[in-house]
Design a protein around this ligand. Sequence first.
Ligand code: EPU
Length: 420
Amino acid sequence: MECMVIQGGRRLAGEVRISGAKNAALPILASTLLGKGTCTLTNMPAVRDVVTMSKVLAHLGARVETEQDRYTVSLDAIASCEAPYDLVKTMRASVMVLGPLVARWGEAVVALPGGCAIGARPINLHLAALEKMGAEIRIEHGNVHARVRGRLKGARIYFDLQTVTGTENIMMAACLAEGTTVLENAAREPEISDLANFLSKRGARIQGAGTDVITIEGVPELRGADHEIVPDRIETGTYLVAGVITGGEVRVARCRPDHCEALLAKLREAGAELKVEKEAIQVRAGGKLKAVDVKTLPYPGFPTDMQAQMMALMAIARGSSVIAETVFESRLIHVLELQRMGADIKIEGHHAVVTGVERLGGAPVMASDLRASACLILAGLAAEGETRVSRVYHLDRGYERLDAKLTGLGAQVLREAERT
Ligand code: EPU
């Protein structure tokens, strides 16, 4: 196992280029199962979850060829309808092959994803929607078995709560259903719109992606298409915080500022100076940071995937901030590690009360999930002395070469084998 060793206290400066969004690349890869033919995807991020999804596709019979950020996925026929536990347990997003498999190939067996560091994360809403569209669903020996005779049927589906991968799974399945499907209280994340754009290029008829009502008119088949993955808004946010937390000046290039509005508003409120261009954001620390309250919400609210990074920033701001996590039930594990670095944080239920300290102190800390890893690295950049973040394999699931990109901005970050 590897760890990341950070020598804190360096002011970051320069430009960093954002990669394609992991959470758009994953459903788009899964959606290649919806039809025969070849799809060419560019701006694919070099992160482990994308490699895992490619393995799932290869297991199911797709041919996946990669050349730098370009993936070519070809499908003639399906070799298996089963996504095995070995792959699913390493990445819950594998569950997104369920909708495409059952819609196009009539059958799917997908291991039920188990527990997760950030909360329970059930998939009951995905399953209830597929049932409403005519699929028979059984759960047996830890696997979800879904089957449909003929085509799925269009249906009116109201999601009890906004679910990102749930909306994506059902939107994909509905593309090939007989008749019209209406998704109500759908999630509105930009990654859902990116998936809808790709599916539309393949011949799907989708309206309303990006709003909370999505209407999909089923078509008999989809063709191959080319698509460039949308830039990663969470990676964008992480580098903006890196610039501010180190008192630096960073230009985040090749991003989509319009997908980061909630974060930009909070950074401005905290005192950061931002210059927003069409596809880039320049950030400058601009004096002492002020504490601001943050509440995570589905898009366009403040993203839960930026909560931990924002908490690292608030740990050194002037005053107290209340950070409320409303999307996941236990996404505050990083608090205990930040406390090891001298942060003053109290947890009250789903809230963390963060009182800024003058300076954090480097310490050995342990990452519990992807975004917690980013939070600890950001805290390490601002801390005095050395911070050693272990279990960085979480980080490699969703950040492309984070250490190299930070080094390019002047940070001192080294990857080392973990001491045993
Ligand atoms: N939920 C249910 N039942 C369901 C589905 C969801 O109760 O059937 C609950 C969840 O337990 C959670 C809430 O609904 O409390 C929202 O979960 P959602 O389904 O939206 O999350 P997800 O689709 O599993 C995606 C991202 C996450 C991101 C969340 C929220 C992908 C592959 N994953 O997960 O990304 O945090 O949406 O925005 O798109 C990450 O990148 O680090 C990450 C965890």
